[in-house]
Every structure is written in C-alpha cells, then in structure tokens.
Design a protein around this ligand. Structure first.
Ligand code: PGA
Length: 258
C-alpha cells in the first residue's frame, strides 16, 4: 500500500451468498466492531437482490455498497439484466467488472469487459476491473503479457480524468476460492506490472494514484503480508468476507505503517 498517493480499499465479494435477512444480520454484527477511524475504504459487493437491504443496513456508516456485475447497455430488451443507471440510482458506488467467474460462466471476454467499464463510468460508478491468469497460463510464462492485454483492453477509450474512479483487481484464477493465495511477492510483481501498463497509457501521475487490489484466498492469516506490499493497495475478498470477524481482521490488517 502507499496511502500517501492512493486510496486503500478492502472490498468483500459475496458472490451468490446470503439472503436479504442474512445481509441485515451481517451488517448488525460488522457495525458493532467497525472502528470509527477511517484508514481505508470498506466496500461490500453483494448480489443484486441484496443491494437495498445492504444500503439500508449500512446507511450512516462508512461502508460503501457495490454490485457484482452490470449490463453494458443503458436499457432495452435484455431480460434479467441490470444497468449501471439502475445501480447508481439505488445508491450503489462500486461495481465489479470482469470477475473470472463471469468471464467463465458468463462468457465475458475483454471487449465485453471494456463495454461494461464504459457503462459503469458513464453512470458515475467506480468499476473494480478484475484481471488474472489461469494456472496453465502462469506455467506457460505468459502472465505478464496476458495481464497487460486484459488491462489495456478493459481501459481502451477511457479518458485520463475518469481513471480516478477506476479500481483494478489482480485475481489469479488459480487462487480464487482454492485456499491457495499468491505469495506476497508474486502478487506485488503483477500489481506492479499493472501499474506499469497504466503508466504507459496515462502517465506517472495516474499510475501513482490508481488503486490496485489483490484477490484470491485473502484471509485474516495472509492479509497483513499481502497488504504490506508496496503495489498491493487493498483486497477483493470472497470467502473471508462472508463473516464479520475475518472481514474485520482484514480491514485491521490494512492499518499498517508505511
Ligand atoms: P476468494 O474470492 O477470496 O474466496 O478466493 C475472491 C474473489 O473471487 O473475488
């Protein structure tokens, strides 16, 4: 982290977990242990149907609510889909774009991710753009090129003044939900390479201020070391964000000196 230049973000990603009443119960518990001092932005990305409950439960707190997906079009004949404007109008601040599970199950490619990034930005949302390699790709030694291509395509056409709202999350697919996190230096190496791509596209100032998260089996045991890395500016946390205590432990792990 480098809190002098950029925001630290600890974001949960609940995936397809919890009902609205479980969302409320989680919020009640987290609110009792959440400290008043704000050293990082705390975000919870929840299923669409839980967004109203989450917004209500976390009203008047520092916790921002995010969605886990959105549609690239602003309206129209897209049965079952949700637009950026609908999310913004509810009070949502963040939206995950291009999570590997969406790329895999939803068939989203880099170009689709780019369209969704534009939709999110046009509506005033903060996209959390996910990139990451599979184990096969890592073993082939193409991680750097692959991540650079994912980042460049996702950001294609995004003007520099909108980059203030863009968050990038490095999530190696082999680390997601597997209990096998990337080693801290491995995570930092890729996050640093993402910053280099952003520098080439937008210059040093934007690169220095862009928040780059790590995600993939981050938990209360490994968070401190991962977050101590200079280019890891926070975490996107799946399983460990489903209970208030481990999630709070990760928030606490981001409160470390530089
Ligand atoms: P995990 O999920 O923390 O359960 O590995 C992270 C993510 O998919 O964002």
């Amino acid at each position: 982290m480098n809190r002098k230049y950029r925001k630290t973000i600890i974001s949960g990603n609940w995936k397809m977990n919890k009902t609205a009443s479980q969302t409320k119960a989680f919020a009640e518990e987290l609110k009792t242990i959440l400290p008043k001092t704000k050293w990082c932005e705390v975000v919870l990305c929840v299923p669409y149907v839980n967004i109203p409950a989450a917004l209500k439960a976390f009203r008047d707190t520092r916790v921002a609510i995010g969605a886990e997906n959105l549609h690239a079009e602003s309206s129209g004949a897209f049965t079952g889909e949700v637009s950026a404007d609908m999310l913004k109008d509810l009070g949502v601040k963040y939206v995950i774009v291009g999570h590997s599970e969406r790329r895999w199950y939803g068939g989203e490619d880099d170009l689709a991710v780019n369209r969704k990034v534009h939709a999110a930005l046009s509506a005033g949302l903060h996209p959390i753009v996910c990139v990451g390699e599979s184990l096969e790709q890592r073993n082939l030694g193409v991680t750097g090129e692959l991540i650079a291509l994912q980042v460049k395509t996702a950001l294609s056409g995004v003007p520099a003044d909108r980059m203030r709202r863009v968050v990038i999350a490095y999530e190696p697919i082999w680390a997601i939900g597997t209990g096998e996190n990337a080693r801290a230096e491995q995570a930092n190496e890729v996050c640093q390479s993402i910053r280099t791509v952003v520098r080439k596209l937008y210059g040093a100032r934007v690169a220095r201020s862009v928040t780059i998260l790590y995600g993939g089996s981050m938990n209360e045991q490994n968070a401190y070391e991962l977050l101590a890395q200079p280019d890891v500016d926070g975490g996107l946390i799946g399983a460990a964000s489903l209970d208030a205590e481990p999630f709070m432990a990760i928030i606490n792990a981001s409160n470390q000196g530089e």
